[in-house]
Design a binder for this molecule. Structure first.
Ligand SMILES: Cc1cc2nc3c(=O)[nH]c(=O)nc-3n(C[C@H](O)[C@H](O)[C@H](O)COP(=O)(O)OP(=O)(O)OC[C@H]3O[C@@H](n4cnc5c(N)ncnc54)[C@H](O)[C@@H]3O)c2cc1C
Length: 478
């Protein structure tokens, strides 16, 4: 039997590495097992988020956005930048460099905090034992008083569009194109599909997004979703709703896709196809059979509100358990679990987890939509403010979008905030803090905001909840 630990974490994504660092900070003897192999052939920490998710996608989104700005938007501001060219290979290489820096940084943080990094595939073989099979196939067993499973998720594949080496790819493959395909198909108008579709649309691809649902971004407030759809369409994304993909055929260097919509069966030909229909928990084989750790029908590990599995001392966090598949949700669960193991009281507020779509403009939200609140029988009052009326947005050449605040009609408590606009992902933190502190819309309205800032739109939206916006005509109360 190898070393004994207070905590062994399986998986070093944003859930696992954060849990491991926090546990070590709490004075617990901690190890973290990881099996991800990076581009250099060595084990890489950081999971999906750092290697093939949040960070690399944002590196390409930022570079492609700057290209569009320089090519099309600078002129409006009196800047002539003629002959703007893109170098996709260089953009991808920059993305890879950022990934390497960050994943290497996690290894540094492990050392600095005294976390033992174990390379290999971990499996819970008893409630206090983890077996690790290293890269050479040698198995070792480690003793642990507590085990945290943070095994993450992988892309869902669908039978009509089986992956091929380079024509039909998932989100990971879509971060590796070395040039913009002429005709790009994206299956799925969710967060990842819209972000990746935006990258390649900006770099010159004709992008068609096929979405089986008949509504666009149903998790976002309807007013914000409608405006987002209009803006993305204006940018050239051809988003087809109610389009259910039924088959595909690779013909030479093209992919012919069949889908059904309200008019019957349709056929469309692409040079590349990205399948972004969601992710599934990556839990197969991570726990020995018969141990009693319950999984649901979709493979998620069953946990309570504090991420305890059905076996005492074994916890599970992040994408492999219920809740939104988001890096910050995984990390917060990691902190909570480490604190609980260290003997502290800890809990998470699942009602105040922000979501962001990093398109341009960004879409960000937290809490309830107006339609959610109404469906739950809660009487609400709302206030919206368009960026078209914001001085800073005009100065930034970013007048598209709006901020919307949803408050309880009786108590005035903020129930949700939804924003589409430049830097919406930064601004939404105000809604999260407001909800975390149980603020009222009036609390936001009475707060002094710096001028001129994009955030003033949130202030005005909060003022508008009671018909007191200053920089626009208020809606007459019925
Ligand atoms: C293209 C894309 C863009 C995204 N953008 C965002 C974004 O902008 N913001 C956001 O919040 N989220 C984003 N996400 C989602 C985000 O990446 C995930 O929610 C997050 O990574 C989940 O963290 P995790 O720690 O639960 O799992 P993961 O990050 O998936 O990490 C799990 C780790 O566990 C390891 N592992 C699994 N099984 C074992 C085992 N048996 N032994 C050893 N190691 C094991 C895996 O190798 C992996 O490294 C994006 C995802 C994608 C694909």
């Amino acid at each position: 039997m190898a070393d004994k630990f207070d905590v062994i974490v399986i998986g070093a994504g944003p859930g696992g590495y954060v849990a491991a660092i926090r546990a070590a900070q709490m004075g617990l003897k901690t190890a973290c097992v990881e099996k991800w192999i990076g581009k250099d052939g060595k084990v890489a920490h950081g999971g999906t988020c750092l290697n093939v998710g949040c960070i690399p996608s944002k590196a390409l989104l930022e570079a492609s956005h700057k290209f569009v700005e320089a090519k099309h938007d600078f002129d409006d501001m009196g800047i002539q930048a003629s002959d703007v060219q893109m170098d996709v290979k260089k953009m991808v290489a920059r993305k890879d460099k950022i990934v390497k820096n960050l994943t290497g940084g996690i290894s540094g943080l492990f050392k600095a905090n005294g976390v033992t990094a174990i390379e290999g595939t971990g499996k819970v073989v008893a409630k206090d034992q983890v077996e690790v099979t290293d890269l050479d196939g040698k198995a070792s067993t480690y003793q642990a008083s507590n085990i945290v499973i943070a095994a993450g998720s992988v892309p869902v594949e669908i039978p009509p569009t089986p992956m091929t080496d380079d024509l039909i790819v998932d989100s990971t493959g879509a971060l590796e194109f070395q040039e913009a395909p002429k005709r790009l198909g994206v299956i799925g108008a969710g967060v990842i599909g819209l972000e990746l579709g935006s990258v390649w649309n900006r770099l010159g691809s004709e992008v068609t997004v096929l979405e089986a649902l008949d509504s666009f971004l149903p998790m976002v407030d309807t007013a914000i979703a409608k405006e987002t759809q209009k803006l993305l369409k204006k940018q050239g994304l051809d988003i087809k709703l109610n389009a259910r993909v039924t088959g595909s055929e690779v013909k030479g260097k093209e992919v012919v896709v069949k889908y059904e919509d309200s008019e019957g069966e349709q056929t469309v030909t692409f040079d590349k196809l990205i399948v972004c229909v969601g992710r599934r928990p990556y839990t197969k084989g991570v726990v020995a059979d018969g141990l009693g750790v319950e999984l649901d029908q979709r493979g998620f590990i069953h946990v309570d509100d504090q991420c305890r599995t059905s076996v005492p001392g074994v916890y599970a966090i992040g994408d492999c358990v219920r809740g939104p598949m988001l890096a910050h949700k995984a990390s917060e669960e990691g902190v909570m679990v480490a604190d609980i193991i260290a003997g502290h009281k800890a809990q998470m507020n699942y009602d105040a987890i922000p979501s962001v779509i990093y398109t341009y403009p960004e879409v960000a939200w937290v809490g309830m939509t107006e339609q959610d609140a109404k469906a739950a029988g809660i009487k609400v009052k709302t206030g919206s403010f368009p960026f078209a009326a914001s001085g800073r947005a005009m100065a930034n050449n970013a007048t598209e979008g709006q901020a919307k605040v949803i408050a309880d009609a009786e108590t005035d408590r903020v129930l949700g905030m939804h924003i589409v606009g430049q830097h919406a992902g930064e601004m939404i933190a105000q809604g999260v803090i407001a909800m975390e502190f149980g603020s009222s819309a009036e609390d936001l309205a009475l707060t002094c905001y710096a001028h001129p800032t994009m955030s003033e739109a949130v202030h005005e939206a909060a003022l508008a909840v009671d018909g007191h916006a200053i920089h626009m005509a208020n809606r007459k109360k019925r």
